[in-house]
Design a binder for this molecule. Sequence first.
Ligand code: M6R
Length: 606
Amino acid sequence: MCGIIGYTGKQEVKEILLDALEALEYRGYDSAGIAVSDSAKRDVEIFKCAGRVSDLRKVCAQEEIHAKCGIGHTRWATHGGVSDANAHPHKVGRVTVVHNGIIENYKELAAEYHLSGQLQSETDSEVAAALLNALYESDPKEAVYKAVARLEGTFALVILFEDVPETIFSIRNVSPIVATQSEEGCMLASDVTALCRFTNRYFVVPEYCLLELHADSLRMQDMEGNVVEPEYMEVNWGLNSSDKGGYPFYMEKEIMEQPKAIQNTVENHIQNGMPDFTEEGIPDSLFQECERVCVVACGTAMHAGLIGQALIKSILNMHIDVELASEYMYTDPVVDEKTLVIAISQSGETIDTLEALKYARRQGARSLAIINVKGSSIARESEFVLYTDAGPEMAVASTKAYTTQLALIYLIVAKMAQVRGVWNEAQVKEYIAELLRVPAAIEQVLERRREIHLIAKNILEAKDLFMIGRGLDYSLLLEGSLKLKEVSYIHSEAYASGELKHGPIALITNHTPVVAVVTQSRLMQKEISNIKEVQSRGARVILFIKEALLQELKQEIEIFTLPDLKDEFMVIPASVALQLMAYYVSSDKGFDVDKPRNLAKVVTVE
Ligand code: M6R
């Protein structure tokens, strides 16, 4: 949460900071600010406001800002409400700071160092600035080391010292910082999307390493003062891949990118029609020796895990738990060296997932992560990593990350079936061949998106909406429902259709919209009965059904037929249809689809 940027180099910094903050805005969009280091005036000037980066642009447009070094921040509020004063950067004395994370002992520090009189905001971050200022005599590094030794919690701190012009210092614990050096100067950011307009090479700043950026050089050292060399890596995202590409919103663009993203993800992990993870160095023994599997993840990524659970249970007949990462270590999980923990995360930075993974590893579990962002914290914490080839996902509502996570899950299931002797080679190949048909099936849904738009128009006014299905359909509806509530603010609940009679059916009244998904042949008759139950209580049913299952249904049902795939793969085209429905509801209501209220893309606070 919170986006951080820093640049020092040959170019004027204002536009660089503002553009980068726009790229990072999905990390938080309550307020924004920049601080620039003016070497001529030996001064640091701050411009900030509550609101979006677009509001900050207006603030900056009224000012003459000429500097080649600066830092910026886009905030997701934790300590202190959304206000100009609580916006970052915070300046106390000679020190200016932007911060991502939570300083847990900020009250104790403020009392111990008598800082309260210097504070103008309610934030924990300003206490960090005041502490640094209190400890700063003439050596910035010494001040940083001393301050950091006193901080409890998580932090990515980026610091300007007024009397050390055009130099940026940074240090972090848990909260991410990546950095790079190019012809134009040196840059750091919370994540690589802000850097990829400049370069596709970057490195992750290791925890508790002090990074010092100058216009033409950078240096890192550990807490003992030893030099640490950056370990550069490359991101294969194009320099423009974080643009909207002509679409009004990233969410639409990202929905449309799914056929290609899934194709890339699958093709990069098969060899002669068989799943292949040799490039990632994943040994077969990882899948052979485990006795149980446990998925830890949050939100959409957790929903991808639920699909994995259904497949692993039915195909491999194995025990698998899917745990909400935020609950995991507080619920006495059964985990040992025979457990394969699979951490799923688009960003690779979700703190709950990271902590759950660390906990499982401490208990001896083997680990595999499914991640979209290279070199992210969870990727580095996990024993093995499989990367989704989704490219940057900018919309807060996850779409292509989910379906590419599913693609990897199908591949993992196939690999496990192969190495555990559940399937022979022909069966594995047949399964992979069907997976390769998924992108074309998605294309068919995308081509008919106007029909889904019409369906969406009929639910614009709904206050409450229910989604019902059984088996895999129920699991995918949990995600479909999250998508709808996240971007449209309609209260939506997904229920296993068979569970309706045990309570929730009391909520169905005349014209309540009920979205039903029917893609599983063996469950179809029961699903149809459940649809009739809600219909006879007045519900207005919208049905997404696999074409081959389409039967005589009541005329008044709105029907969208889904292209036929084998049942277990229907999850993906059905999910894409529900993503489109959520998207159209949100955009037709005139909402900022990509930045739903109260949310942030990367959740780095517990
Ligand atoms: O980056 P992660 O995949 O770990 O994020 C997990 C959730 O925060 C995320 O999926 C969230 O639920 C999305 N906003 C859903 O669209």
